[in-house]
Ligand binder design. Sequence first.
Ligand code: AMP
Ligand code: GLY
Length: 431
Amino acid sequence: MRVLVIGSGGREHALVWKIAQSALVDKIFTAPGNGGTQSQGAINTPLADNDIDALAAFVRKEKIDLVVPGPELPLTLGITDRMRAQGTACFGPDAYGARIEGSKAFAKEIMARTHVPTASSAVFSDARSAQSHARKMGAPLVIKADGLAAGKGVVVARTDEQIRQAINDIMTARTFGPAGDRVVMEEFLEGEEVSLLCFCDGKNAVPLPSAQDHKAARDNDQGPNTGGMGAYSPAPILDDNGLEKMTDIAVRPVLKELAAQGHPFVGVLYAGLMMTASGPRVLEYNARFGDPECQPLLMRMRGDIVRIMLDCINGKLDPNSVVCSGQTALGVVLAAKGYPGDYSRGHVITGIDRAEATTGGIKVFHGGTTVRGDALVSNGGRVLCVTALGDDLEQARKNAYAAMERIRMPDSFYRTDIGIKGIRHLAGQEG
Ligand code: AMP
Ligand code: GLY
């Protein structure tokens, strides 16, 4: 089979790495890919993830059998509908289903209809009524741009002034463009976050083990929100025994509803959960693998991911085919100094071979890298995700950081506390 992976991040390198292990696959293409997908043997082609016409033409020309979109944008733009129309298998939801991620108001509607526990909320399409509702509610309040905003459209406002400013930025200054046509205002929830990702075949959802992301840029969850600075799996706050029940609460009702609406969801449905004192609440849905959650999850996953993807597309996913090792995997992101704000590119990266030679089955997944001459250089904000396995969280963490210490890149940084919350959680359980 010939497979095309769309995207250019660490998630896409991990997907290429895992897909390359499938006996069904002869050749992998990436659009546009990165230095890591190239060194993995995939053929990078310089097509943007939002250029659906060019991607469709490429798929026809190269006789691609399976398309795997990594990020949300091509999904919300209808890559799956387009592939279906030309008879190519595509592992992802149609544009209608991808609205579960692409519109927070749509996600809220579905959750209300299916009684999925979530923060109480209200949706506004004009700034004046939004501001007047906000004055009634008062801080703390969470303000979200309705549409896609590269993870930056959510403000957890702790003062009334921050609320006013957030509504102003989204709806009046239109910092996120049309993503700010509507705003969702939502009750502030307290608790620990965890990600639940499920393979879906339109009718059935099969959960992967839990994972925990680290969204803030700096240690102790300080600093601005990023795409994710590190992740590990499993997260002790949602252990394997709780997966089925959580899937019943947070994922299966949505799957049933989307099928009833004539758009059975195929692909990965990812529920971002907040574990509050009064139970789990869904914060958001993603219509794809998370980045960086994908990297540790695929390190643990056994079996043939291409087989599973094809079974999902054909509506006959076998729950027993989704099997993960009992080990813990943990990934730490190396980012360019300044990320998620402005940063420079083109810094030479060395030490990856030495890092991968350390104990713990280390795999260094590339995010923002490219090959220039003989050198590997940085080409994005999140540059690498150094991912390790271990018999427990403590060991996976030790292995990942030992490997990270062998990597050199000027003007870079990483969080030093990935996994600490999980270790505290385990210590609490023992104590
Ligand atoms: P979202 O894109 O909706 O997941 O929001 C991004 C981040 O904002 C989440 O990962 C949480 O850290 C935070 N967040 C979102 N909604 C809430 C909420 N209702 N209460 C507290 N924090 C939230
Ligand atoms: N790591 C969070 C996300 O991929 O949305």
